[in-house]
Design a binder for this molecule. Structure first.
Ligand code: UDP
Length: 328
């Protein structure tokens, strides 16, 4: 079996590539290293069944040959983060939408057997139902969420019209080793771990009672493999932990002082996936409890030694566009 992982040098893609190698697959990683890092694959880059191709999904002619002879395509390449997506929507549209179109067309042309797409729970916006089922309306609040939702639309449409066997996985707050440490102000784990390492208080948004469905990265990689193995086609499914945890609980597990910063416009008070569908259709369920996952992150806290250390002032500056565009 040969698998292609777009974004294979990224946080989730690198864990997925590793699991596919363990399954005995030949793995082709396609990554332009804009967000992904070679360091993420350094422990297995010399594996005899691994091929790494540095290329951009936006350039179809550069990537099509990588799809030859591929059985399963996992499409995780994309750009994330809220603020840069508001500031540079063109780039997000190019990569997350046009890039997805290119991947789908290459997959069709070369006759791949299955395609699994990494969609985002952020596309639900502020849901009105918890746990949130797949039937809830998608209401993106900012361009990143919109482009991920458009990518999913393309994938499901290609499944319908061109019978390209595909599943879209809507990922909820994925965390774990290799999550991004540099770049724009981003996911809470990276922010808090760098603050802890530097003896700074955690910047808790609002009163910290908001909750997130934190899902451990190896469980997410496992969900992708379950999706590829199944014969179900043209469905979107949530991938979540089955629980939701408050930011105050995360602080309690990490230990340390806090400082409070303003609530951010457009963000939900809760994310919590209804995972009934994926359990029923794919037989997938999460395995890593939150407390265990947080401890694994703490065991590797030295990885955050070069990460930016955010404080209320620098966060206010970094999120000014966010407040300006999404605020009342
Ligand atoms: N959060 C926080 N302090 C920070 C960054 C995030 O308290 O410096 C909170 C944020 O309010 C949210 C949760 O952590 O409730 C997860 O935020 P993240 O940006 O990681 O994910 P998202 O909001 O997209 O679910």
């Amino acid at each position: 079996m040969r698998s292609l992982v777009t974004g294979g040098c990224g946080f989730i893609g690198s864990h997925l590539s590793e699991q596919l190698l363990e399954l005995g697959h030949e793995v082709v990683i396609l990554d332009n290293l804009a967000c992904g890092r070679e360091e993420n694959i350094e422990t297995f880059v010399d594996h005899p069944r691994l091929i790494f191709i540095k290329a951009d999904i936006v350039a179809r002619s550069e990537i099509v040959s990588a799809f030859e002879g591929v059985d399963w395509v996992f499409h995780l390449a994309g750009i994330a983060d809220i603020v840069p997506s508001i500031e540079r929507p063109d780039a997000y549209f190019q990569t997350n939408v046009m890039g997805t179109l290119n991947v789908l067309q290459c997959a069709r042309e070369t006759g791949v057997k299955r395609l699994v797409y990494a969609a985002s729970s952020s596309s639900y916006g502020i849901p009105d139902r918890y746990p949130t089922p797949e039937s809830s309306p998608l209401q993106p609040q900012y361009p990143y969420a919109l482009t991920k939702s458009m990518g999913e639309d393309l994938v499901l449409h290609w499944a319908q019209v061109y019978k390209l066997p595909s599943i879209s996985l809507r990922l909820f707050n994925v965390y774990g080793p290799r999550s991004r440490t540099t770049g724009a102000y981003g996911a809470v784990f990276g922010v808090f771990l760098a603050q802890k390492l530097n003896g700074k208080p955690y910047t808790v948004v609002g009163d910290g009672t908001q909750t997130r469905d934190f899902t451990y990265v190896t469980d997410v990689a496992d969900a992708f493999i379950h999706a590829a193995k199944s014969s179900i086609n043209g469905e979107a499914m949530n991938v979540g932990s089955g629980h939701h945890y408050s930011i105050n609980r995360l602080v309690e597990l990490l230990g340390g002082e806090v400082v409070y910063i303003p609530k951010r416009p457009g963000e939900p008070d809760c994310t919590f996936a209804d995972t009934t569908k994926i359990a029923r259709l794919l037989g997938w369920g999460p395995k890593v409890p939150f407390e265990v996952g947080v401890q694994k992150m703490l065991d590797r806290i030295d990885k955050w030694s070069d990460a930016p250390v955010w404080d209320p002032d620098s966060i206010r500056q970094a999120t000014s566009t966010w407040f300006k565009c999404l605020g009342a």
